[in-house]
Write a protein that binds this ligand. Structure first.
Ligand code: HEM
Length: 501
């Protein structure tokens, strides 16, 4: 019932592709069962593919700048490597999630799929040209990246504003709105910094640079993750919280507020605002952890790799808070150690998001691809049983990816904190390996399944030509076998029976 209600967005609810009505958000070839508001898979997947390429570049950059970055954690080589991480990897990943989940959560499509693609191109250009421009001392390249980031920001805000104007959808929508505000603040500050590099107008202290890190990591990317997690955790952990739980809502508002106050304090060198902002931020992030704990306690799914990713991500958050506090206390007495601790705190905070992103893509990418593969005629997984989400990647490689990302964040934290170039380089190698592993693991099996389905449909291997046509017809995929994952695309309220094992 929930499925047919969702179909009404953008299609006539008949279950046949021929009866589709071209409303905003509908797209050609959408498999039955995929809600009309959801964008084509190529939208989120292009961002996610770019995020893994960005992670590889980030890893290579840390290896490249290992000595310079450990000597001066806030010098240009480190700033370049930082931006491959925060922009080319994390921001691209979070933008992919925002383009997928804003329509899913609100039930309203993006204003335009074409604009989503233009947003992708603008942010891809910005996120690579900025670190390349800073790293290779090419101010013009950095200037172009600033302009592209502004274009990307305007396109993003325009496209998401329509679905985000929906009322009554709770903390996740609030978080997505606040995330867009955070994106505005971070990008405007970034563009100002880039402008400054053309003419050296201001003296930018390390504190002011850190304000950008706080805004970007917590008021933009972090708050988006915190909000979207409120929808994803119940689904992925099979956790339905009884009664009213306010911790998710508190986490969204208070994290954003704390980040704004802390960033303001850092930008103006006002220590009262810095300490009170840091305190408020800790309350917000604490509420996020309380919400995670409630989901863990009420989950009905056994502990799995996703849970390990999410729990480890939370541990990075705690480590980041500890390192940040240590850095703030040590800095006035021991500048080098204090700077190293502050850099390690930023890595741990970024590690929180990276670990969560890598964990969630192992759920979300199969969700997005499953209905597409079914409608292409793929019916069975490698074992010959009905195709499940879990068939779409190799679980051993996913566990290895957990190992590389966790060890990579740890090594980078240790390398920058303790000024060790070999540890920083090891972190870089492990992060680059993570990007490669995740991208290959999440694409090889779906590509194989698609090509097998195409070959079977073309040769009629499934039986007669009529059988092959039926296998390829989307309408046939609209009636999943009992126990198969009918709600193939993440939905706000999936019924337990819709979920894969
Ligand atoms: C999620 C988004 C972002 C995060 C988390 C972030 C984080 C940071 C951090 C932590 C630093 C200081 C690095 C260090 O001292 O080692 C920094 C500096 C800088 N950022 Fe970003 N940034 C983000 C987005 C952007 C954007 C969109 C731009 C511009 C297009 C930008 C341009 C710059 C520049 C030019 C500097 C160096 C400022 C200087 O000259 O000292 N950043 N950023």
């Amino acid at each position: 019932m929930a499925l047919s209600a969702r179909r009404k967005v953008g299609t006539m609810a008949t279950g046949t592709s021929t009866s589709e009505v071209r409303t905003p958000g509908s797209w050609e070839g959408r498999p039955p069962g995929v809600p009309g508001a959801v964008p084509p898979p190529s939208v989120p997947l292009s961002f996610l593919a770019a995020a893994s390429a960005g992670l590889v570049a980030c890893g290579v950059a840390w290896v490249w700048v290992r000595s310079a970055a450990t000597a001066t954690p806030n010098g240009d080589p480190a700033i370049a490597a930082v931006h491959f991480g925060v922009l080319a990897a994390l921001t691209m990943g979070v933008l992919g999630a925002a383009h997928q989940f804003t329509p899913v959560i609100t039930g309203r499509p993006l204003r335009s799929v074409a604009v989503a693609r233009a947003t992708f191109v603008a942010w891809l250009g910005a996120s690579w040209l900025l670190p390349l421009g800073i790293g290779f001392e090419q101010p013009a390249l950095a200037g172009v990246s600033g302009a592209l980031a502004l274009v990307g920001l305007v396109l993003l805000a325009w496209n998401l504003a329509a679905p985000l104007s929906v009322r009554g959808k709770g903390a996740p929508v609030t978080a997505l709105r606040l995330g867009v505000l955070g994106a505005v603040a971070t990008t405007l500050l970034g563009a100002t910094f880039v402008g400054d590099r053309q003419g050296n107008w201001f003296a930018l202290s390390a504190h002011v640079d850190l304000a950008m890190g706080v805004l970007g990591v917590f008021a933009w990317l972090g708050v988006t993750y915190i909000g979207v997690a409120q929808k994803l955790w119940p689904m992925f952990m099979l956790a339905h919280l009884p009664g009213r739980h306010r911790s998710g809502t508190v986490a969204v508002w208070v994290t954003w507020l704390g980040a704004a106050v802390l960033a303001g304090g850092l930008a103006h060198g006002a220590s009262t605002a810095e300490w009170s902002g840091a305190g408020i931020l800790c309350v917000g992030l604490g509420a996020h952890l309380v919400s995670l704990w409630a989901h863990l306690r009420h989950r009905r799914r056994k502990a799995d790799l996703h849970l390990l990713f999410v729990a480890t991500a939370a541990a990075w958050l705690v480590a980041g808070a500890g390192l940040g506090l240590a850095g703030a206390l040590v800095l006035p007495h021991h500048h080098r150690l204090g700077t190293g601790l502050a850099a390690a705190a930023m890595v741990a905070a970024g590690g929180w998001l990276l670990e969560a992103l890598v964990g969630h893509v192992h759920k979300v990418v199969p969700f997005v691809l499953w209905s597409l593969l079914r409608s292409a005629g793929a019916r069975t997984g490698p074992s010959g049983k009905p195709l499940m989400f879990a068939d779409l990647y190799h679980h051993g490689w996913a566990a290895a990816t957990y190992g590389t990302v966790t060890a990579g964040i740890g090594a980078l934290c240790g390398g920058l904190g303790a000024a060790s170039a070999p540890a920083t380089a090891a972190g870089g190698v492990l992060l680059a390996a993570t990007g490669v592993l995740a991208a290959v693991n999440l694409s090889v099996r779906p590509l194989r399944l698609r090509s097998r389905a195409r070959t079977e449909a073309a040769s009629g291997a499934a039986g007669s030509p009529a059988t092959a046509l039926r296998a390829a017809a989307p309408s046939a995929a609209g009636a999943p076998a009992a126990g198969s994952p009918a709600g193939a695309v993440p939905t706000p309220h999936p019924a337990p029976a819709e979920r894969p094992a």
